[in-house]
Design a protein around this ligand. Sequence first.
Ligand code: ADE
Ligand code: ZN
Length: 326
Amino acid sequence: ETLIELSKKMPKTELHLHIEGTFEPEQMFAIAQRNQVELKYNTVDALKAAYQFTNLQDFLDLYYQGMSVLLHEADFYDLTMAYLEKVHSENVVHVEIFFDPQGHLSRGVSFDVQIQGIYNALQDAEKKWGMTSKLIMSFLRHLSEESAFETLELAKPHLKWIYGIGLDSSEVGHPPEKFLRVFEACKNLGLKITAHAGEEGPPDYVWQAIEQIGVDRIDHGNRALEDDKLIEAIKQRNLTLTVCPLSNLKLCVVNDMKNHPIKNMLTLGLNATVNSDDPAYFGGYMNDNYASLINGTSISKEELFQLAKNGITGSWMEDHHKERHL
Ligand code: ADE
Ligand code: ZN
């Protein structure tokens, strides 16, 4: 059996996935048409041709444009269900999905509409396939802490559906400590905390995430490897890193897959996992991310198992589900 076949068969989890980043151009055009919204690009091909990024911000500019056609509950449902069907076919058994409420509230789409559509799809996936899930609300870090607090207020009637809080968007210039008070409020509500850190931002941002915010997980974390003391601190706290190989390549966080640090992370004893981040923009879903590591690095069968296992132990699924998958 080849490593590719093996990676496809393994039960996998997805712990770093922006639902708005699963918006395939074909579906984007279909929903734009039914909502009578104009897109900046005239054809699917023209849009796809624009997917060439030199950094995170290049991508984010298109990501916010793309999500602007989402208006109604059915749009959020259809987007989420298309993603879930895709990864169900790839033996993904559990997903933890980020959504960016502020990216829709600013266009007049209510919190209710967003979360109802997404949550109904997650429920249907559990009923149909037994796929378990958690929903993570993310704050956009290029906006103010006050805006994050306002978003948290809007989320309060829906907290039974929200398991964790994340921090995403433009990293450099927007350190975790900017959101210290709002994350404190989230923790007091019993919510789990994760933050994008060390994707483009320096090791200091990862330090802030763990020491000041007290995160339960780190999204990306690539640049933590520049600081030996930080590596030790992450290990000491047993934090999981949600690593995204194809994303890192497309956003030039790594220059070549052969230089991707994920093997090194495992060797150092870090709890690295494989995730797809924004698969519609970065050229692949879960199995493509594993394939990129198999084809681009010298990753071994044991390391592939370890990555998948880390995805289960580092997830926020209930213990009885973890036991079922391990
Ligand atoms: N929003 C969606 N994907 C993101 C990423 N990889 N980094 C920061 N913000 C994001
Ligand atoms: Zn991300």
